[in-house]
Write a protein that binds this ligand. Structure first.
Ligand code: 26Q
Length: 756
């Protein structure tokens, strides 16, 4: 049966209508059902060894378009709808976005599932089915407000499996119910699965706000995704979530092992577990527990686990490395405590240095330490990041286990981040080099043959311009803001974090504003676009959002500045907005303080869509710079060695913000936060708090780099005016982006770590 008949059958049965009588919602439900059924019917890939990718977050984004693409019926569906005078895009608008992740780490997990399936590898995701994903962001009085994000609907991608597992918590048991999302592989006829565990009786939706009773574990365990912060009650619930996920996941693994005709002694031979940051680290003691319960000796159980588990580190920020008080674990999963103590005892026996112990003298469990001692691989997510882990943060471990350390530079799925989100650019690439780059993204370098082809360069500019026009329409519709598509789109989209330095970008805006007020117009009108959510309890991040929104308002009100400079902060930035904005970006802002951004992945998506990076030598920017060469990227700022040196003053800090603040060029920019025109718009307390922090502390050294940042950004905007040479830069960036396909990353994981 072709998809036309299948669609007709569904709409008839469900709504008593023919497809062309259906509204967009009904068509969406019909396409969802059809797509889900096709994917569900696919068998799993073959393979002796199976991967389980454990992650507290899977930031999947909308799935309909991607699944149609992977199933190879996207064009058919589009044409079918078009033949009824309907638009697939409008139907896809109906899908709620499941925001089951915070940012980079969660989105990486989603890209990896896409690539694992596309490469025909046997690998499933294991995570939690949060009923409310990351909060919905609203701007009220130039401040961020958070409201719940209910994404689950009666019709969804979730497949009930009927499987349940009992998770033994201290004092009570809880049933974990398994839901699956099918992950079809592009280019093959197989599908993997994302396993999402849920409680049996989830709580009723909250009345208002995002607050809920964090002590009601039984009903609330899977209610909310944790933003990367939390109060005490929240932290405990987080540990409940983690144990729930890993205990149910470990039981699923052992069950599937048995179904494959194997026993617990075959675990390592038949299984690889990738631990996505330390959030799933309790899977290690949990597996030891389950294996010993199935008759293995402690030695054998530990040996199996050590040959099964591999750990990915995503951060070097000390405050983000998880250390849980042992009494939390005593309360959540007391049966793990003797195992963790035994793992710690053995680790100390192997290496008496307290710096590498699992349990420290305050009885904190260092999750990463457990992963490194009891796993066979530790990887960073970009070359620079892995080097810093080896040289500094995890240096003692590197001395102990040099062979375990390896780098896997992140990647992104070009199916979503180029093919699906930017069809015009995709068509242009196809016309130049044919369709082979989809399976072999390195072939994108073939575009370099067109570096002097005026027609292709011209087309590239047209494609970018129409993506900008399209984005302008969407922005107008969503937020009622009109921006000029012929201005330079300068884009910074990522979680709000001081180390990512959105505040430094805001200082640039202030600089431009003051210049324009003083009669010096920029070479080219500029639109500075931000998309960012701040964790609800991250006070400084909220001050920075407030500053940006105040600047936005200030400029909106000023007819002398508006034609030359605009600031737009996109409300509720999420995967869907990223897909709209990335094709439209001219400049990709990647301005983290060197050494702090482990990799970044937005930088890769933007590059693949022809944006030129303006960035520090941090994370994967370093590799981007190497690939595209100095003419096709704008770099600036202190490098990681210098930054690490500035931090390292035996506890104190060599960097003193006030030394940089008290300079002719910097002081007026920072002091503008307390200018009458800004105080008139914003909250004086918030602006003053940010001002004090910037001049007195500036932990992430925005003032160190701001002057060079301003001059390099001005240079980029000047050079944007030379359209042909800019188009060349765009072309080189797209051509070199094949390296950042997550297909390449996953091949490397498989060759070096998983051996599927
Ligand atoms: C921890 C404890 C309690 C509650 C929440 C958390 C938590 C949640 C999310 C801690 C960290 C995260 C997310 C981290 C993250 O997204 N890291 C990013 O990972 C990307 C993929 O490797 C990199 O590209 C980014 O550089 C890195 O910042």
């Amino acid at each position: 049966m072709d998809i036309k008949e299948q669609l007709g059958q569904f709409t008839q049965e469900r709504f008593g209508l023919t497809p062309d009588q259906c509204n967009d919602r009904q068509l969406y439900e019909a396409l969802l059902a059809l797509t889900r059924r096709l994917s569900e019917a696919r068998p799993a890939p073959d393979g002796e060894r199976k991967l389980y990718y454990f992650s507290a977050e899977f930031l999947m984004g909308k799935l309909l378009d991607n699944n149609l693409l992977a199933l190879g019926i996207r064009d058919q569906a589009r044409e079918l709808l078009a033949s009824m005078g309907r638009d697939l895009n409008a139907v896809e608008e109906q899908e709620p976005e499941p925001s089951l992740g915070n940012g980079g780490l969660g989105r990486l997990a989603a890209c990896f599932l896409d690539s694992i399936a596309a490469l025909g590898m046997r690998g499933d995701g294991v995570g939690l089915n949060y009923h409310y994903g990351l909060f919905h962001q609203k701007f009220v009085n130039h401040k961020q407000m958070e409201t719940p994000d209910p994404w689950m609907q009666p019709d969804s991608w979730l497949i009930p499996t009927g499987k349940t597992f009992t998770v033994p918590f201290g004092g009570f048991d809880l049933t974990a119910k398994l839901w699956d999302v099918s992950i079809p592989g592009a280019y093959n006829d197989r599908a993997n699965r994302l396993h999402l565990f849920d409680v049996e009786e989830p709580a009723a939706p909250p009345e208002n706000g995002i607050d809920f009773d964090k002590t009601d574990i039984v009903h609330h365990l899977t209610s909310f995704l944790y933003p990367d912060d939390g109060d005490e009650a929240g932290r405990l619930l987080r540990v409940y979530q983690q144990y729930f996920m890993v205990s149910a996941g470990a039981q699923l693994i052992l069950q599937e092992l048995e179904e494959r005709g194997c026993g617990p002694r075959d675990l390592a031979a038949r299984t690889a577990i990738q631990i996505n940051d330390t959030h799933p680290s309790m899977v290690i003691p949990e597996l030891v527990r389950l294996l010993t319960a199935r008759g293995l000796s402690m030695d054998d159980a530990i040996d199996q686990v050590r040959r099964t588990c591999a750990y990915t580190n995503h951060t070097i920020l000390a405050e983000a490395l998880e250390k849980w008080p042992l009494h939390f674990i005593e309360r959540v999963a007391p049966q793990l405590v003797p195992i963790i103590r035994e793992l710690d005892r053995r680790a100390r026996e192997a290496c008496p240095d307290p710096a590498v112990a699992i349990l420290d003298n305050q009885n904190l469990v260092h999750m990463a330490h457990m992963d490194i001692h009891y796993g066979y691989s530790v990887n960073g997510v970009a070359a620079l990041h892995t080097e810093i882990l080896k040289k500094a943060e995890l240096n003692r471990f590197y001395d102990l286990y040099p062979a375990r350390f390896n780098n896997k530079t992140n990647g992104v799925t070009l199916r979503r981040w180029l093919e699906a989100c930017n069809p015009d650019l995709t068509a242009l690439i196809d016309r130049c080099i044919g369709p082979g780059w989809r399976k072999a993204p390195d072939q994108l370098v073939g575009l370099l043959d067109f570096i002097d082809n005026d027609q292709v360069l011209g087309r590239l500019l047209t494609v970018k311009y129409s993506a900008k026009e399209r984005f302008c329409r969407e922005l107008q519709e969503a937020q009622g803001i009109d921006v000029d598509p012929s201005s330079v789109f300068d884009v910074q989209i990522k979680r709000l974090h001081e180390y990512k330095r959105q505040q430094m970008n805001a200082l640039y805006v202030i600089h431009k504003y003051m210049e324009i007020k003083g009669g010096r117009k920029p070479e080219h009108p500029i639109t500075v676009l931000f998309g960012a959510k701040a964790a609800p309890a991250y006070v400084m991040a909220k001050h920075i959002i407030h500053l940006i929104l105040c600047l936005q308002q200030l400029i909106e009100n000023d007819p002398a500045v508006r034609p030359w400079l605009r600031v737009v902060m996109i409300e509720n930035y999420n995967v869907t907005w990223a897909e709209r904005l990335i094709p439209a970006a001219d400049i990709s802002e990647q301005i983290s303080l060197a050494s702090k951004e482990a990799s970044g992945t937005g930088n890769m998506k933007l590059m693949a869509n022809g944006a030129v990076t303006l960035g520090t030598m941090d994370g994967a920017n370093v590799e981007i710079a190497e690939l595209v060469g100095p003419d096709n990227i704008y770099t600036f700022g202190a490098d990681s060695d210098r930054v690490i040196h500035l931090y390292d003053d035996k506890g104190g800090q060599r960097y003193r913000a006030r030394d940089y603040y008290h300079t002719l060029r910097v002081e007026p920019l920072v002091d503008f936060l307390l200018s009458p025109e800004l105080l008139d718009i914003g909250d004086p307390k918030s602006l003053a708090a940010l001002w004090r922090d910037m001049k007195g502390k500036d932990w992430f050294m925005a003032l160190l780099d701001v002057e060079e940042y301003i001059s390099v950004k001005d240079l980029a905007i000047r050079q944007y005016g030379d359209r042909k040479s800019w188009a060349r830069k765009m072309l080189v960036n797209i051509a070199k982006s094949g390296y950042f396909s997550s297909d390449r990353t996953i091949r490397q994981y498989n060759e070096d770590i998983w051996h599927l």
